[in-house]
Write a protein that binds this ligand. Structure first.
Ligand code: AMP
Ligand code: MG
Length: 364
């Protein structure tokens, strides 16, 4: 199969792929997603296959607006609507209770006609989307092309990030093509992603609400709407043996380039000096540093990439996955990366970088 690159002139074709149960690379404001009709279990199963994603790692459903929530969810707390009002469309995923099927609906299924979209699960959303959980991640994305596809296909689109499982998420159509060429019919090119890291995930099925993954909507913004928010321990540290992750995805190695990464945290100037001191002057060592410290590494034999200015965490979010992927095109055997502190969207950048580093972090 040759993977086509589509653009805004091919929206009808793109929406047809979804309707026909195919896989589509979709631009969103966070990262590119690998989308399929979220109500078609056969289509959703092929997402897992194309990515090599473990079956127990559930997907997020992308909807047109908060008005669609009641079709798929129940016991929706008022907080969900307040969050939607403030942050949707945008980079926020809410974990909510799945809507159960009524006995009448189940009976009608047993006796009615069957097609590829039919599934016999106890909930409206097929189990393959939620990995059998009774909760589901719901997001209303902001990217105009993604919104057009949802509107035209008239279905919630199940989509994880469009990378091969374990690799850095794609933030351009070209990155997604690197991973998915020959595996899916098409990728819709919507330009580089504005946020650059995946959505914030907030679990609204517990009290207080729990931040499962930091992203473009920062904890301080959530707290303005929700009051207290608990940050899940897995966001900032590696879970110990016997600790059960609250989001199934938390237990997998993530975002990782081929070479091992050491994340260097703390004062940026001291961090850059630390890297310069410990860098082997061979081409096997790569560096990802804040822009102002590039001059420190002019003598480095290996690749040196900028993560953006130390104070501009939004730019760091846009560049991180790009930089990790760029390192994969070199033959480095070790990557030193400067890591921002946990304020603002820095929490999301640090979270991805720490996971890419397998929590191999040096504090300076
Ligand atoms: P990805 O889009 O590849 O970043 O993956 C989606 C993320 O959402 C994964 O980390 C999942 O574990 C998480 N997720 C999806 N549904 C749920 C759910 N019902 N409860 C907790 N986490 C979820
Ligand atoms: Mg992912």
């Amino acid at each position: 199969m040759k993977t086509e690159l589509l653009n805004f002139n091919h929206l009808i074709r793109a929406a047809e792929i979804i309707q026909e149960g195919g896989l589509l690379g979709i631009p969103t404001e966070t990262v590119y997603g690998l989308g399929a009709d979220g109500l078609n279990p056969v289509a959703v199963r092929s997402i897992f296959q194309a990515k090599g994603r473990p079956q127990d790692n559930p997907l997020i459903l992308h909807i047109w607006s908060a008005n669609w929530l009641e079709r798929y969810c129940e016991d929706i707390p008022d907080a969900a609507y307040r969050l939607a009002e403030r942050f949707w469309p945008g980079p926020l995923t809410m974990i909510l209770k799945c809507k159960k099927r009524t006995p009448q609906e189940l009976e009608a299924l047993r006796t009615g006609p069957v097609c590829s979209r039919t599934h016999f699960g106890p909930r409206i959303i097929p189990d393959v989307v939620t990995a059998g959980l009774d909760t589901v991640g719901m997001r209303c994305p902001a990217h105009p092309l993604c919104r057009m596809i949802i509107q035209m296909a008239q279905t919630p689109i199940a989509a994880p990030s469009g990378n091969t499982s374990g690799r850095p998420s794609p933030t351009t159509a070209q990155h997604m093509l690197e991973d998915m060429d020959g595996k899916i019919p098409a990728i819709l090119d919507g330009g580089p992603c504005e946020v650059g890291v995946e959505s914030t995930i907030i679990d609204l099925t517990c009290t207080p609400p729990r931040l499962l993954r930091p992203g473009g909507v920062i904890p301080e913004q959530l707290e303005e709407v929700l009051g207290r928010v608990k940050v899940d321990p897995a966001v900032t540290r590696q879970l110990g043996k016997g600790e059960k992750p609250r989001a199934p995805g938390m237990k997998y190695r993530h975002y990782a380039p081929k070479a091992p990464v050491t994340a260097v945290k703390g004062d940026p100037e001291r961090g850059a000096a630390y890297i310069r001191e410990h860098l082997s002057h061979t081409r096997w060592d790569g560096v990802i540093c804040f822009e102002e410290f590039l001059p420190l590494f002019v003598q480095a034999a290996g690749p040196v990439l900028s993560l953006g200015p130390a104070a501009d965490q939004a730019e760091q979010a846009r560049r991180l996955f790009d930089a990790l992927r760029a390192m994969d095109t070199t033959d480095v055997k070790h990557i030193w990366a400067q890591c921002p502190n946990d304020s603002g969207i820095g929490l999301a950048v640090a979270n991805r970088l720490n996971k890419a580093a397998g929590f191999h972090i040096v504090e300076v």
